[in-house]
Design a protein around this ligand. Structure first.
Ligand code: NAG
Ligand code: NAG
Ligand code: NAG
Ligand code: NAG
Length: 381
């Protein structure tokens, strides 16, 4: 089935439809599914997932994961892939449509309630990638890179696009998380997928993600685990329990593959600004001030700006994630320059670069897919 047809036939309920559900509920009308939406939607419900794998140098070890990413090209598009050998990390940005998003009326423990049911072809592809990573030779034991990490499948972030709602992204994030846990890799949730909206930075800090491990600027998540006394999650993870955990912890898999973080949030763009300085501390100070000046949380939601200083060869990079609804990359660039100038580093700031396709580019590509009724294929960023 071509993706374009799927978008059209699976156009989903509008917010008005969801209000209708509440109205119906108050009339105690039993309901199994929300009526389908208004037919063809120019703004279909789409889901984007960025999946980060801790390895980029060893092509043969990554082959199977790469193959899995491209395993359903009719329905799931690899919009970009970005690897950095110094960080030893690769990110895939996948986009697909949401094939079902409906509220269903269910009887759970005799209490009738509405629950959401969301499905998307993206789930199948992500699980194939996860399985490929787990069965690969990739292991934290032999992984070194300048980007911190805590798992071979280090992170998945889900972002609603088009008419999709955050609740769709949250559903898919949790659904995929539970399948990852079934594959024996424990998962910590963050942002909108976490019951208390825990931030990714807080999850990572609690896991020791940012700790340096001693060898020349390398960082690696250090989990403090009780590995001697048993395989029950309660024993192994005493202080900091995963949100989604295999029933029995496989110590060997845990050792090699680590854990995974899975979250849902608004779409973010990746933008890195290189600073030609060996003074890591000074660049960290710049990042701290950047966060103070740009990083306010837009209301309840995740921050509109995140930044991290990372060594990158003889440079230090300011790695940023920004919410394009609030901030443009050129504003970030100007701000880095301005703060660096106050540190006497103005002429050390290089022009930054996008690490991923921007939201505008995604929407442009997808409108082409929709209107030209074909799949664009792979676009290397
Ligand atoms: C790269 O991966 C292959 C296949 O998984 C493995 O045999 C080889 O040892 C790896 N090479 C390095 C340098 O890690
Ligand atoms: C959720 O939707 C999928 C796809 O339409 C369907 O196969 C499944 O049965 C639904 N689940 C429930 C609980 O209704
Ligand atoms: C630090 O990382 C290196 C490379 O992965 C590893 O060999 C070493 O055991 C790690 N040290 C600690 C203290 O975790
Ligand atoms: C590991 O867990 C057991 C059981 O809870 C406990 O008795 C033991 O002290 C723990 N060991 C460490 C090193 O935390």
């Amino acid at each position: 089935m071509a993706a374009a047809t799927s978008y059209a036939t699976h156009a989903m309920a509008s917010p008005a439809g969801q209000w209708a559900i509440l109205a119906l509920l108050s009339l105690s009308v039993s309901l199994t599914a929300l009526p389908a939406g208004t037919g063809f939607s120019e703004n279909p419900k789409l889901i984007c997932c960025k999946i980060y794998i801790s390895e980029s140098r060893n092509k043969s070890a990554l082959d199977e994961i790469d193959k899995a990413a491209r395993n359903d090209p009719e329905n799931v598009v690899v919009l970009s892939k970005f690897g950095d050998h110094i960080y030893n990390r690769v990110r895939y940005t996948l986009v697909s449509y949401i094939s079902t998003s409906e509220w269903i009326y269910s009887n759970e423990g005799d209490i009738s309630k509405l629950t959401l049911n969301v499905s998307s072809p993206i789930k199948g592809v992500l699980l194939e990638m996860v399985k490929a990573a787990i069965s690969s030779t990739l292991s934290l034991d032999s992984h070194q890179g300048e980007h911190p990490r805590i798992g071979i499948i280090d992170d998945l972030s889900f972002h609603p696009l088009g008419d999709a709602k955050m609740e769709d992204a949250v559903y898919l994030a949790k659904d995929v998380a539970s399948d990852i846990a079934s594959s024996k890799v424990p998962v910590f949730l963050y942002y909108e997928a976490h019951p208390q909206r825990k931030t990714l930075s807080d999850v990572r800090r609690d896991l020791g993600y940012y700790k340096k491990n001693g060898t020349a600027g390398q960082r690696s998540g250090v989990m403090e685990l009780n590995t001697t006394e048993g395989n029950e999650p309660d024993v192994v993870f005493q202080k900091n329990k995963p949100d989604v955990c295999p029933a029995v912890v496989d110590q060997q898999i845990l050792q090699k593959k680590g854990i995974t973080t899975v979250g849902a949030m608004h779409f973010v763009e990746g933008y890195n600004v290189p600073v030609r300085s060996e003074n890591f501390k000074k660049v960290e100070d710049i990042v701290k001030r950047l966060r103070e000046q740009l990083g306010g949380r837009g209301g309840e939601g995740p921050p509109k700006f995140l930044a991290l200083a990372l060594r990158h060869g003889s440079f230090v990079e300011v790695g940023c994630l920004l919410d394009p609804n609030y901030l443009r990359a050129d504003q970030v660039q100007d701000k880095v320059k301005q703060i660096a100038a106050e540190q006497g580093l103005e002429d050390k700031v290089e022009k930054g670069y996008y690490t991923d396709i921007t939201k505008d580019m995604i929407l442009l590509h997808l409108s082409k897919i929709l209107y030209e009724n074909r799949i664009l294929g792979v676009c290397q960023s």
